[in-house]
Design a protein around this ligand. Structure first.
Ligand code: GLY
Length: 366
């Protein structure tokens, strides 16, 4: 099957390419002016970086930087180590960064590229499903502080994104399934065909080299592209649409759960629970019909994602939701649905509705 090229339009246009065995596209994506390339990858999986290194060494002076695993990469100290290494190697404004890894590597590498000499080119090669359908597209970069995730960062759009589905062949099944949470989320916020594909496909056949997964990935990326082209800097949408904030569907509770779990729960697992919670809440607020609420429970569960959670009290999670980046003053804000593909911001929901929806998530009756 030939590669699919998904253009991202705007002030800094670039392509997201979806296919298999795409690494030979790296030099063409980096362009002609680049002499030095910093390949930032997860140090826990050096074997994944070798093919990218092979694709780069013939044409560039390559600096390979192995990063701490997962969210541990997203610190000011790691960014500073990278800046030092770029400085020692004499990286100039026409040199570039390549990220190869999951969402955390993408976020850190994007941040380093955004800040080195006030911005050099970056090409993302995501190695996880979550990275492909979310982190690598749209130019968000960031690191964490002790006060929370992604509190320091900038928007820095990549020069290109290579979503090489062959990278997913070796991804542990639980991580692959966690990535499907963002795909199903895209179905609910914008693309009902994603939900139909999930509902009619035998879950065990959802494997990286299947045509249906290829279609799901491409559709989820298209959803993300449409959103970021319309509202790159998350300043808000038009005609009642939440704008880029819509991508945070399910994330208000998800972030509070991740925090309560000390960031040991997979992001996608928390997002699945959070989307079901958001649907229950929208149902109670009179926005969403019972059938679409039930569809949330079924769709996430079908692909093997959790839809219940009882690991923290409502009061703890409520406090966690108050520090969400979307909160304004003391008012909680949720992305909610009035139907599939019909998102709206629900500001200041009823406290009784918040609790009742959480009762369902803890295993109570819907
Ligand atoms: N991950 C949400 C966004 O890119 O806006």
């Amino acid at each position: 099957m030939s590669d699919t090229v998904l253009p991202v339009t705007g002030a800094s246009p670039y392509d997201v390419v979806v296919g298999r065995d795409l690494l030979d596209r790296l030099p063409g994506t980096l362009g002609d002016d680049v002499e030095r390339v910093a390949l930032l990858h997860s140090g826990a999986h050096p074997e994944l970086a070798q093919p990218a290194l092979d694709a780069l060494v013939a044409e560039y002076d390559v600096l390979v930087l192995g990063l701490p695993d997962g969210e541990d990469a997203k610190t000011a100290a790691t960014a500073a180590d990278c800046w030092e290494a770029l400085g020692e190697r004499g990286f100039t404004r026409s040199d570039a960064v390549v990220s190869l890894g999951g969402g955390a590597v993408t976020d850190l590498a994007g941040f380093v590229a955004a800040t080195w000499l006030r911005g050099v080119s970056v090409v993302h090669v995501p190695t996880t499903l979550l990275g492909m359908v979310d982190a690598a597209v749209g130019g968000k970069t960031g690191i964490n502080t002790s006060a929370g995730k992604n509190l320091v960062g900038s928007f820095h759009e990549p020069a290109g994104v290579l979503c090489d589905l062959a990278m997913l062949d070796s991804l542990p099944r639980d991580d692959f399934v966690a990535g499907l949470a963002e795909v199903v989320k895209c179905g609910f916020i914008a693309d009902p065909r994603i939900l139909e594909l999930v509902e009619r496909t035998e879950p065990s056949t959802l494997v990286p080299d299947s045509p249906v997964v290829r279609e799901l990935v491409e559709r989820a990326i298209r959803v993300k592209i449409d959103v970021v082209v319309a509202d790159l800097k998350e300043t808000g949408g038009t005609e009642g649409h939440p704008g880029r904030e819509v991508l945070n569907y399910g994330h208000t509770l998800a972030h509070a759960i991740e925090r309560a779990e000390g960031y040991r729960m997979r992001h996608g697992d928390a997002v699945a629970i959070g989307c079901v919670y958001a649907a229950e809440l929208a149902g109670r607020a009179g926005l969403l019909d019972p059938a679409t609420v039930a569809r949330h429970h079924a769709a996430f569960a079908r692909v093997g994602l959790p839809t219940t959670y009882a690991g923290a009290s409502f009061d703890d999670l409520h406090a966690g939701m108050r520090v969400d980046k979307k909160a304004r003053g003391s008012q909680l804000r949720f992305v909610a649905l009035r139907g599939v593909g019909d998102p709206v911001v629900l500001a200041g929901p009823d406290e009784a509705d918040l609790r009742a929806a959480y009762d369902v998530i803890t295993g109570g009756t819907p």
